[in-house]
Design a protein around this ligand. Structure first.
Ligand code: SAM
Ligand code: SF4
Length: 448
């Protein structure tokens, strides 16, 4: 097998499915590709190397991957030298790897989440031995986190910074602990060095990533918990904003909320997934908090940050959930008033506890509940947005929208604001007076 030549530089096409952790992983893989001499293309037909970084969290995401991989067969037929590779969470599942092996013979390379740092070697073997390479598992090697991998960041203003890998929580519906392995934290020194580098390079919106950032530092015991890490990073001088995700309510502390409130650079935005507003369902989900504890956290957070913007994840139709229990979720969102919600219908995942639970509610019924929840949230979001009219917000300008000609940016609360202005303002913070709200998008004008 040979990489086909296209001028001097081979081209790679990398497509990422799923969460920000996958985006961050793809940036590392792209960093390695760049070091190997690749440039990037947005058109798979032009590429010498095609990679899909996949997501296993819901069945729908998996189906899309299988569909899109199937479509690559045509490209392979037209350009037999192209190397097709798959990586990410889906590939850590035995049944997926087997299906790719048996039914997608044009896939040359498959590697899982624990094999990312071995990617250059795997690709080298694939090219030089003209053989299919399948590399999965290998969690043992993750005990030492591979530091200093090259990173090709997609943005110039926003950056992702992984502080911890894996998850130990085993929520009963979730496949993540099986495909990303046990929780492990980077050292505070390594995190701080990367963070300072990002600030020096001019990144303005830095998101600290982990499946449960609140358990940062527990494994290995690095003597610094997440609140303390955040405080250290916030002390780095510069003009930037810090966010973090995801927080798990069971480990979210007043100490963390106090650090946010006192911080100079920390956005008053908390993504705190509650999943369900009903205590029985939360117990079945193995979430280790109840509705009262969640509401207590929110009340404390708002008492120290009255301008706090809250976002969350919710699952509708968990096995055995009744309509009355679902209504507790609706009442919780009405009580809290989230800025926005990521809403999901339960998707059974192979190997999880919830997959085996009796699930009598038909899909159409769950779909109706889902619509009901979305409609309730739309009203809440519209009301919250409307309450911002007349306020002045510090907005990070992201881009000029070619369709509207307006600048688009985000507030600290992660709400989109459109306003007229020069393209040269992209990548800077601007004070914007909010003049109107349309559903969940604000419009405004630059302050003098
Ligand atoms: N670690 C984060 C946490 O605990 O909140 C979230 C990780 S997961 C990638 C993102 C969201 O996907 C979860 O918060 C949950 O709402 C949703 N999710 C996970 N497994 C799911 C499943 N089997 N069916 C439907 N939604 C699911
Ligand atoms: Fe999945 Fe729960 Fe871990 Fe989040 S905390 S990744 S939902 S197991």
């Amino acid at each position: 097998m040979q990489v086909r030549k296209r001028g001097e530089v081979p081209l790679a096409f990398v497509h990422t499915y799923g969460c920000q952790q996958n985006v961050a992983d793809s940036e590392k893989i792209k960093g390695m590709l760049e070091k190997m001499g690749f440039a990037f293309t947005d058109t798979p037909e032009n590429a010498d190397f095609i990679l899909f970084n996949t997501c296993a969290v819901r069945e729908h995401a998996e189906d899309r991957v299988f569909g899109n991989v199937g479509a690559l067969k045509n490209i392979k037929r037209r350009f037999p030298g192209v190397i097709i590779a798959l990586c990410g969470c889906m590939m850590e599942q035995e049944h997926v790897a087997q299906r790719i092996h048996d039914s997608y013979p044009f896939v040359n390379l498959l590697f899982g989440t624990h094999q990312i740092c071995n990617f250059p070697q795997l690709l080298f073997t694939c090219i030089t031995d003209s053989t299919r390479v399948f590399a999965r598992g290998g969690e043992e090697q993750d005990k030492e986190i591979a530091e200093n991998l090259p990173i090709h960041r997609d943005g110039k203003t926003k950056a992702w910074l992984t502080v911890m890998y894996g998850c130990d929580n085993f929520c009963s519906y979730c496949v993540v602990p099986y495909v990303r392995g046990r929780e492990r934290s980077r050292t505070p020194k390594a995190v701080q060095a990367e963070f300072e580098g990002l600030v020096r390079q001019g990144y303005k919106d830095i998101t600290l990533l982990g499946q449960n950032v609140n358990s940062y530092g527990k494994k290995p015991d690095c003597g610094v918990n997440f609140a303390q890490l955040l405080k250290r990073l916030d002390a780095v001088p510069g003009d930037y904003r810090i966010r973090f995700m995801t927080s798990h309510p069971k480990d979210c502390t007043h100490e963390l909320l106090d650090v946010m409130a006192a911080g100079k650079h920390i956005a008053h935005h908390l993504h705190l997934p509650f999943q369900s507003g009903n205590d029985r369902v939360l117990k079945e989900m193995n979430r280790h908090y109840d509705r009262a504890k969640y509401l207590e956290l929110i009340a404390y957070a708002r008492s120290v940050m009255p301008d706090l913007s809250l976002t969350s994840d919710v699952i509708v139709g968990f096995p055995g959930e009744t309509y009355e229990e679902f209504k507790d979720t609706v009442s919780l969102i009405e009580k809290v008033g989230f800025t926005s919600l990521f809403t999901f219908i339960f998707s059974p995942r192979e190997g999880t506890r919830a997959e085996k639970m009796p699930d009598p509610i038909p899909a159409e019924e769950k779909s109706r509940w889902f619509q009901e929840l979305c409609a309730a949230q739309e009203q809440i979001a519209a009301k919250r947005c409307a309450s911002a009219v007349g306020t002045v917000q510090r907005v990070l300008v992201e881009e000029k929208n070619p369709k509207t000609g307006l600048l688009t940016g985000r507030t600290g609360g992660n709400v989109v604001v459109d306003f007229p202005g020069e393209e040269s303002l992209c990548g800077t913070f601007q004070m914007v007076k909010i003049t109107a709200a349309r559903n969940w998008i604000l419009t405004g004008e630059l302050c003098g």
